[in-house]
Design a protein around this ligand. Sequence first.
Ligand SMILES: [Zn+2]
Length: 410
Amino acid sequence: MAAVTPFLTSIDGKHDEMCRLVTDWGNINSHSYNLHGLEELRLQVARSFETLEGEIRDIPLQPHAVINAKGEQNDVPLGRMLLIRKRPEAPIQVLLGIHIDTVYPKDHPFQAVVQVDARKFRGPGITDAKGGLVILLKALEAFEQSPFTHNVGWEVFVNPDEEIGSPGSRPILMECTQRHHLGLLFESCLPNGSLVGARRGTGEYTIVVRGRAAHVGRNPEEGRNAIHALARFIMEIGELEHDLKGVTVNIAQVSGNGAVNVVPDLGVGRIGVRITHPDDRQRLEERLGQAVSHLNALDGIGAALHGSIRRPPKVLDRGTVHVLESLRHCAGMLGVALDWRPTGGASDGNLLANAGLPTVDSLGARGGNIHSADEYLEIDSLTERAKLVALYLMKLGAGEIRVPGRSTAS
Ligand SMILES: [Zn+2]
């Protein structure tokens, strides 16, 4: 322990700087579609990582295909992604990363970071996940100062589209999984400090139903009501949860044409789903497909379903359990009790783990009420988690922690 102590205590000296960074970054609006804010933040982050002297690349992402309220596809531009790589020739390769986008649009009232008391900040995206980005940076800075670096190379990714399912960064993340032994992601831990073990999978679907417009007074019999048909679809898939245990279906939004004297020829429904087991995907999609074909069997109605399971469930594989156990051992050396629990929320960790990369994805800040205007961060978690990750990396570099085996990609 003596050999690593000075590098761990150096992180205590970074406390004020960490608070300043999380405040500065939290004050920049970086909603997934706010390209200007994302770019400003990306430049600041890139500058902060320059001290690590890795190779920095920024990568444009493919636009996000979104079905709009008219049932048509729109291509929405996305921000740029950062990749920072150091010692690619080292025998052990670690992927570290986190997103910079948040769920708070530019016109949302929650825009600024405030210090609530000596222990807490409140602010948009500070726990999910800008605090995690600060932790990642300071853990790597401490590690790079230590004498245990030569065996460990690393790559940092910073993506701008996680909160919308990582549509643009996904292919780049998939490439990254091929050149690393393990993944450390900096999503927030659970409010009690537990890491996340298994995660449920998530998906999003849009159903577009087209009928035939007609005047309600003059020729209603010629109309084919798309909203009626959409309602049938909703009733059918609303029953799905009873039959498919572990599947949650949330019919979140319905829209269509507006005038009450016209038979509507368009109905659009948006559905969020959560699945627990990898097999749930097929069972769910079979049922959704059946419900769509029931609509297409109706006279004058045409229905199409868009979307997919964006993140398969993250099942705890042996390699990930090994990383979790090593982290618990390191936390014990720091006097911190650490365990892990399953959660319903998905992250990029789901994608990495499903590509076979052992991944722990909740090494970020402790806090709570994420995705709400009461999001808060517990300040002492910044140095605590940075020390934990720095210690893990030093022990990996010193050969005291074994490199986990990959699982078979599913
Ligand atoms: Zn989030």
